[in-house]
Design a protein around this ligand. Structure first.
Ligand SMILES: N[C@@H](CCC(=O)N[C@@H](CS)C(=O)NCC(=O)O)C(=O)O
Length: 282
């Protein structure tokens, strides 16, 4: 059940970048993910940091662009980078647009046919994938954290907020912060979740933080020249207001001149590792 196919592996900072695939029970199809196994895993069980990518990404974008392996090796943290959706499901139109279907799973469990047959990304990243990682790598499953970018930054926030005990820390680069209030979110939620507004709220970070607070601080970095920030797809201020109203600790940092790209992520990735290492290694 947890059998992995290793598509490729390359040595990196004395550890290993591995591209893997496996049959996912909950998504009902083969899924891809990338892993960075730090050198420390040769002799001990290491903590795990999940990274959820944004719209249009595969397991490759972060792996090749963020420069994360240097810091994962330094801190002895195993990185897991799932794909952003099931692929090649045969659902009509699945590859037609960048913000729905392939590359746009939104880390939720779809209830509307035909998406619901495959698009169970919330269960996949919070339950099935952690089981697969535990069964196949030298990890300490009691020590795991999560971060992500854009759609994946939102994914990280909801996974943490819905599971306050499961993760030790959370952070995000330019996350979508209030999907039920922006166009990307409304488009995806109506396709995947239908018209049940109460269910929409169950997958919205701003709504969730009003109900459940985390005992640890949330770190968010946002570039001020980010087109999607300017177009109000991300709405970090709305999330910040909700955090403030309920006393959730949030370190929201704005950076002049930075856009939505992986250049921004590469610039601030070290700080995110410091943030997570503090929680994972204490
Ligand atoms: N409008 C863009 C949206 C895609 C986009 O900016 N995706 C971000 C995440 S929301 C990303 O990480 N892209 C891949 C990359 O930069 O490597 C498109 O049509 O491609």
């Amino acid at each position: 059940m947890n059998e992995l196919t290793i598509r490729s592996q390359s040595r990196c900072f004395e550890g290993m970048v591995m591209y893997c695939s496996h049959f996912s029970q909950c998504c009902n199809i083969n899924m891809n993910f990338a892993v960075y196994v730090p050198p420390q895993a040769k002799t001990q069980k290491v903590p795990i940091l999940y990274y959820l990518s944004g719209l249009t990404c595969t397991d490759e974008n972060f792996t090749i662009k963020a420069g994360a392996q240097r810091y994962a090796a330094q801190h002895g943290i195993l990185l897991v980078i799932p794909d952003t959706s099931p692929r090649n499901t045969g659902i009509p139109g699945e590859d037609d647009v960048y913000n729905l279907g392939s590359g746009a799973g939104f880390y939720l469990n779809a209830i509307v046919e035909p998406w619901s047959q495959y698009y169970q990304m919330y269960s996949y990243v919070t339950q099935e994938l952690p089981d697969v990682i535990q069964a196949n790598f030298s990890v300490d499953a009691t020590r795991q954290s999560i971060f992500g970018h854009s759609m994946g930054g939102h994914g990280a926030l909801i996974c943490a907020l819905k599971n306050p005990e499961k993760y030790r820390s959370v952070s995000a680069f330019a996350p979508i912060c209030a999907p039920i209030q922006d166009e990307w979110g409304q488009n995806a939620f109506s396709a995947y979740l239908g018209t049940d507004f109460a269910l929409w709220q169950e997958y919205d970070a701003t709504e969730l933080v009003k109900k459940t607070q985390l005992s640890y601080p949330i770190l968010i970095d946002q570039g001020m020249d980010d087109t999607y920030y300017i177009q109000k797809q991300l709405l970090p201020e709305v999330f910040a207001d909700a955090c403030q109203s309920v006393g959730q600790s949030l370190n929201l940092r704005f950076h002049a001149g930075y856009d939505h790209s992986y250049f921004m992520i590469a610039t601030f990735i070290e700080d995110h590792f410091i943030h997570h290492a503090k929680a994972l290694l204490s």
